[in-house]
Design a protein around this ligand. Sequence first.
Ligand SMILES: [Zn+2]
Length: 248
Amino acid sequence: MPKYSREFLTDLADRTSMVEVVSRHVQLKKRGSNWLGLCPFHQEKTPSFNVSEPRKAFKCFGCGEGGDAIAFLEKIQGMSFHEAVEELAGRAGMELPKETFDPQAAARSAHRDKLFHANNIAADYFARTLASPLGAAGRTCLEERAIETPFAQSWQLGVAPDAWDGLSNELQRQGVAPRIAEEAGLVIPRKGGSGYYDRFRNRLMFPIKDPRGRVVAFGGRTLGDDDAKYINSPESPVYNKSSTLYGL
Ligand SMILES: [Zn+2]
């Protein structure tokens, strides 16, 4: 499968009408600058499925599904990434780029995949912790805000336990190199010593995803009385704060 350049995918998004793509499956009505309809990914009677043409994105505020036109086709028609790109390029009258091998780009991409992998392990770990005895404070916090379990699951909410090495141990168990975990912003090297400690401790965790649905970073809200009520992952090769919004 060819890797598409960022330029090609941006160009493809620019030449694709989100509203047109989604309208083939969902009846949309204009609401302000957005379009609104009944979500095709969960049962609902009141529309909470939003399409934004300027953002080239869809987002359901009921179940949390969201992404770009490619993600929409993947989800609704079960297409692969490549099939969705082909379909959209065909409609936009764009020629698919010829496959070229760029060793540097391939190395960068492989490196980014390692960071995504570490973030995925972290998201799974936080979500499992939320459901475990260690997640009691997190569950109380969600209950107080009337956030129900299916919602928490679809957004992959989780808990970072009140420990220095909860996630660090999990990453080690799963064979993630410490410097990868550090680069992903999940762990911090101990000062003047060896080893690493968890960046996020005793926090309600929410993953931040890119339009492809990949976890690029985390936000964490304290479950204790930490002065920093919210903290975010630092920037990394997969997370650029100015260009990533929560799931949008
Ligand atoms: Zn939905």
